[in-house]
Design a protein around this ligand. Structure first.
Ligand SMILES: [Zn+2]
Length: 267
């Protein structure tokens, strides 16, 4: 592969090559194929998949599947790698109305995220860099190419002046914390998520939601914003049943898996 092809493009190409050209439906992607795409998405940290484990460049392994049967709440609380890849994320400049408990990307493996970005606030902070976001400085991790990807999103969105009000001020990036009302880590902990202007935000908890009772899905952000983030490896909380429309997080493996599976938000 030519070195002139940048990192984000390279993983998309590799992800596409992993799947036969014909018949690429979501259901036909095996766990092994998804894990290969995951390895390709984080070359800085992940070396290979072998014997049911992800192997790290710096040594050590993590099981792909912990072997435990979990319901949706269990996957959210204690997701392993397999759980984190279980729902296929549909990208594209079209809105989706998620089915009950369709939360692609909201399930994560905290153990994997800590290997990718740092296992404590101090470790994560060591890799934070400053990203200019419409005149304000945001602290974002440089690991896995996240800050560089966010700068590309910003540069694209800057070219569409009429949407600036939706983007700025950002409601935050790095913040070492659990997901609100949950036991698992927020991706804000790893400096790999951004909340855009809360003025236009719709969030299932702010709308009075409770576990098992999720208010009607809403979104007020232009899909041009979502499309730009997704094309650079970020997923959008507005595609979740437990919706969080101001929230974007860097999950290049999920964008690549959706693409390899032939899944799109626009059909
Ligand atoms: Zn957020």
């Amino acid at each position: 592969m030519s070195s002139s092809i940048d990192g984000s493009l390279r993983w998309l190409i590799v992800a596409t090559m992993l799947v036969p050209a014909a018949a690429t439906r979501a259901a036909e992607l095996s766990l092994a194929q998804k894990v290969e795409i995951l390895i390709t998405a984080y070359p800085e940290t992940l070396l290979k998949a072998e014997d049911g484990h992800a192997h790290f460049r710096s040594g050590g392994t993590l099981p792909v599947d912990d072997g435990k049967a979990k319901d949706h709440a269990g996957k959210l609380a204690t997701g392993d790698i397999e759980d984190s890849l279980s729902q296929i994320y549909p990208a594209g400049a079209c809105e989706t109305k998620p089915d009950v408990n369709f939360d692609p990307g909201r399930i994560r493996s905290d153990a994997l995220m800590m290997r990718l970005y740092g296992a404590s606030a101090e470790q994560v902070e060591a890799s934070l860099v400053s990203v200019d976001w419409f005149g304000k400085k945001l602290r974002v991790t440089k690991r896995q190419g996240a800050a560089a990807a966010l700068e590309k999103v910003r540069d694209e969105l800057k070219a569409i002046p009429e949407i600036a009000a939706f983007l700025s001020p950002s409601a935050g990036t790095f913040n070492w914390r659990k997901v609100a009302g949950a036991s698992n880590m927020s991706v804000h902990s790893f400096g790999a998520a951004i909340d855009i202007n809360t003025k236009y935000a719709d969030y299932w908890l702010w709308a009075g939601g409770k576990p098992g009772r999720v208010p009607h899905h809403k979104n007020r952000y232009p899909m041009k914003i979502v499309d730009a983030f997704e094309r650079h490896g970020f997923i959008w909380g507005g595609r979740w049943y437990h919706y969080d429309t101001m929230h974007f997080e860097y999950r290049p493996e999920l964008i690549a898996i959706g693409k390899a599976a032939g899944v799109s938000a626009c059909r």
